[in-house]
Design a protein around this ligand. Structure first.
Ligand code: FAD
Ligand code: UDP
Length: 365
């Protein structure tokens, strides 16, 4: 009855479902949660404030093709994300920029002076193999200690010496006063929210969606092609052991004021069990007076798999699963953050799902 089964209704699954359905294929989407949207799902808090229950999701990309694809399903609202970090009792801009150096060290530098100052701090480590070495090489010990070490170890639950450099290399260093978190060409939020975007992608006759359904309970259905956007290790019944994922717990707090903090996100690297507090109204642009909601993020070792933990060991385990995946690639493809065990942003998840569908079609799916 169905041509393609899709496990998971986050960005990766939704893109694959929409693409196959648009080509006339009959698609079954199986989602174990009670809603579509994956971790990008948004909903209204009892106070009426639109929140992101799985953590703040800010859309940013340099990809024309991703923007033009998603623009079929949503209008947009421009939004530039800004983050402050609580360091030594003050809130300073993050990623580190000229103003951060001025606030923390009392140094008012030009761009060239900051380059020279950072070069002087940086350690001569040629091929850094972990977060600690790589940050020592990029910014030196003192900035690393103040801004990265404790946040990273809290977030990932491991010493920074066990984590691969790519985790923190995604955070830039700015030799300017640019205090935006991202510098991508497109920084936009879906005008009516992510859940509305997903509804527009998935509401079509060729797509059936089973919510509250784990793939395990329907996998005996005879569907010739499968796209898995759930965890790759789970798909193979953990034959090569568990891949490590990091989870989060959120406390959502209502405040009887228009705004509770000056920017959308404040990071707390050094002082508490939580990593950051985000105020959603800044991000969504929702206008609702005298009430606001913040989300406080507590990293957890167990719970929903949110972040693939990138270590040398997890990469070795992943290779075993990639070999398993190769054996069945003619009828099963793995896509997305959990399916490929990659630290993808939303635009990367969309781009890679679009590419996978093209490749599937080229190989006769
Ligand atoms: P997911 O969204 O995780 O979707 C996978 C789906 O599969 C889930 O709905 C899950 O329930 C379902 N599933 C899993 N196993 C099964 C099963 N056995 N049976 C049925 N269904 C199953 N990206 C950005 O670009 N900007 C941001 O600001 C940003 N912030 C983030 C903040 C946090 C806290 C987190 C965790 C991620 C953030 N991301 C952000 C990344 C973004 O969430 C991912 O890129 C995106 O969600 C990936 O989509 P996906 O479909 O691959 O995975
Ligand atoms: N990070 C940090 N200090 C910060 C912010 C980030 O050490 O104030 C590190 C941390 O290891 C984090 C990584 O940089 O996991 C990536 O940060 P990002 O804000 O991109 O995390 P995400 O939004 O994906 O949770």
């Amino acid at each position: 009855m169905y041509d393609v089964a899709i496990i998971g209704a986050g960005f990766s699954g939704a893109v694959c479902a929409e693409r196959f359905a648009s080509l006339g294929r009959k698609v079954l989407v199986v989602e174990k949660r009670f809603h579509v949207g994956g971790n990008a799902y948004d909903t209204f808090h009892p106070s009426g404030v639109l929140i992101h229950p799985y953590g703040p999701h800010i859309f940013h990309t340099n990809s024309e093709s991703v923007i033009s694809y998603l623009s079929q399903f949503t209008e947009w609202r421009p939004y530039q994300h800004r983050v402050l970090t609580s360091v030594d009792g003050q809130l300073v801009p993050f990623p580190i920029n000229l103003r951060t150096i001025e606030n923390v060290y009392g140094l008012k530098l030009t761009s060239d002076e900051m380059k020279a100052w950072i070069a002087n701090q940086a350690e001569p480590i040629l091929n850094p193999i972990n977060v600690e070495q790589s940050m020592h090489a990029r910014i030196g010990k003192d900035l690393y200690q103040r801004f990265f070490k404790h946040y990273t170890e809290k977030q990932w639950g491991r010493p920074a010496t066990e984590l691969l450099p790519t985790i923190t290399n995604r955070i830039p260093l700015r030799y300017s006063y640019d205090d935006r978190y991202f510098t991508d060409r497109y920084q936009l939020m879906p005008l009516y929210g992510y859940s509305a975007l997903f509804r527009n992608m998935l509401n079509r006759p060729n797509i059936s969606i089973l919510l509250n359904t784990d793939w395990a309970s329907v996998k005996d259905l005879k569907i010739p092609k499968i796209i898995c956007t759930g965890p790759i290790d789970e798909y193979f019944d953990y034959v090569h052991g568990h891949l490590p994922y990091r989870s989060l717990h959120f406390d959502f707090i209502e405040h009887p004021v228009d705004f509770a903090q000056p920017v959308a996100t404040v990071n707390y690297p050094n002082d508490y069990d939580f990593t950051r507090i985000t105020e959603f109204k800044h991000i969504t642009g929702q206008r609702i007076p005298h009430i606001t909601v913040t989300g406080v993020e507590y990293p957890q070792e167990s719970g929903e798999p949110f972040y693939p933990v990138l270590t040398k060991e997890s990469q070795r385990t992943l290779e075993h699963y990639q070999e398993e995946a190769k054996r069945i690639e003619s009828h099963v493809q793995f896509v997305g953050r959990l399916g490929t065990f990659r630290y993808y942003n939303m635009d990367q998840a969309v781009a890679s799902a679009l590419q996978t569908v093209d490749e599937c079609l080229n190989s006769g799916w």
